[in-house]
Design a protein around this ligand. Structure first.
Ligand code: KG4
Ligand code: ZN
Length: 421
């Protein structure tokens, strides 16, 4: 089964293709391509993601990203003059233009590049339908609908957060208990063994032992998700205000460190003193599994206001103390939930899952549980938004297909209420 994944929920335009063999008995996944075009530099000028600019960029980038992904996978067909009669072409054009009525720029790019190519040998198209920024999501959804119509392929609607969860089942290299960032070319092969010139190595997804818990931490979400089996999600805790990644981004903004804030704060934190400032750990002792980060962010703001001078060392110390406060809360709540639900697997996902302090502290705390749950962490290269995770989620949802006419984006889609299922 060959699945093409599409992701446009925020500021990455991504297309990936996987091939899965041995479905049922022992599935083997080959990553044929995994292309991500990031808009981060554009949005950095505005200090955050600007939805209408994201929509514009997705429209510009989707066709070239798709063609690159198809080419890398060896599935890009050359343009063919004699595809169908003029009459059929005109009828197709009419439907295509109605599907892409709100994405005229994308339509204009599809006509010369996609329409004249025969359908590639794929079996389904998995696409992120939510949650995310509505204008960004709709471009990807309508693009997927247009491809499904042109190529006569089924669509699989995917929750973006479900994608983040499935990044945990991909094997990757682990060196000295630290999670090595795999070399760039290994994006084609998460084991890190192949380079871009060799064929992708098929691998078996790690099995998730249930009940399983996943901490999803990104720029828009902070959720603890309990899974009783594949496809069964219960959100047992979530943030009351800011998401963890958002807190990193806002604190970075206060210190004029640019966007996104997570990577720069965690880099600075490496040279800072985690005890230099004592920041609050909101809701750390509450008996539930919810989070809150806005009080912590405000505490950093007041601390900065109270300082006469914020030199490089102070920034490092603030970064380290702030990061420690966030990680303490995330780890404490995850451990509480792991104990309470006696989970057998613990996973993490989303942009903040790249944070080394979170990884090491959580792994350490989990080793203190008895029995120690099976711990799966994703490759760093897959923590940010990508379409490989969407294609993989498509595999796990391969029986939940949708026709192109019925598919809709839902900016507020929840993991425990997946549309159309
Ligand atoms: O999952 P993601 O790529 O996009 C969303 O769906 O939101 O997550 C992006 C978020 C940003 O807030 C970014 O600052 C944060 O992940 N992030 C980090 C790190 N790398 C990215 N936060 C903490 N530490 C990091 N190393
Ligand atoms: Zn994400």
């Amino acid at each position: 089964m060959v699945i093409l994944g599409i992701e446009t929920s925020c500021d990455e335009t991504a297309v990936a293709i996987i091939a899965v063999s041995g479905i049922g008995a022992k599935p083997r996944v080959s990553v044929l391509s995994n292309v991500v075009s990031s808009q981060v530099k554009l949005h950095a000028k505005f200090g955050g993601v600007v939805p209408h600019l994201a929509k514009r960029e997705h429209q510009r980038n989707l066709v070239p990203v798709l063609l690159t992904a198809l080419k890398e996978a060896g599935l890009r067909n050359p343009k063919s003059e004699a595809l169908s009669s003029k009459q059929i072409q005109n009828a197709k054009l009419k439907i295509l233009s109605s599907i892409l009525a709100r994405e005229q720029d994308l339509f204009a790019r599809m006509v010369p590049e996609v329409l004249p190519r025969p359908a590639p040998k794929i079996d389904a198209i998995a696409v992120t339908v939510g949650p995310g920024l509505a204008p960004a999501l709709w471009v990807g959804v309508n693009f997927a609908r247009a491809l499904a119509f042109l190529w006569k392929k089924p669509l699989i609607p995917i929750n973006h957060l479900e994608g983040h969860i499935y990044t945990n089942v991909l094997p990757h290299i682990r060196v000295n208990s630290k999670f090595q960032i795999p070399p760039k070319e290994s994006l084609r092969d998460p084991t890190g063994r192949a380079n871009s010139k060799t064929l992708p190595i098929p691998y078996s997804p790690f099995p998730i032992k249930f009940p399983a818990l996943c901490l999803i931490v990104s720029g828009g979400h902070t959720e603890l998700v309990l899974m009783r089996r594949y496809g069964d999600y219960r959100v047992i805790g979530e943030t009351r205000d800011d998401a963890a990644g958002e807190a990193f981004d806002k604190v970075a903004k206060m210190m004029h460190l640019g966007f996104p804030g997570g990577p720069v704060i965690s880099k600075l934190a490496e040279s800072g003193n985690v005890k230099a400032f004592s920041f609050p750990r909101p809701m750390i002792n509450s008996k539930d599994f919810h989070f809150s980060f806005s009080g912590l962010k405000t505490a950093v703001l007041y601390t900065l206001r109270g300082l006469k001078r914020v030199d490089a060392k102070t920034k490092q110390n603030i970064a380290a103390s702030f990061e420690r406060a966030v990680v303490d809360v995330l780890v404490s709540k995850t451990i509480r939930a792991a104990r309470h639900y006696k989970v057998k697997t613990v996973m993490i996902g989303g942009g903040v899952a790249a944070n080394m302090r979170l990884r090491s502290q959580l792994a350490k705390a989990l080793r203190g549980l008895s029995p120690v749950p099976h711990t799966l962490f994703p490759a760093i290269s897959l923590t940010g938004d990508n379409a490989l995770m969407i294609a993989l989620a498509g595999y796990f949802n391969r029986n939940k297909k949708s026709a192109w006419k019925n598919l809709q984006a839902d900016a507020n889609l929840r993991l425990d209420r997946i549309r159309g299922r």
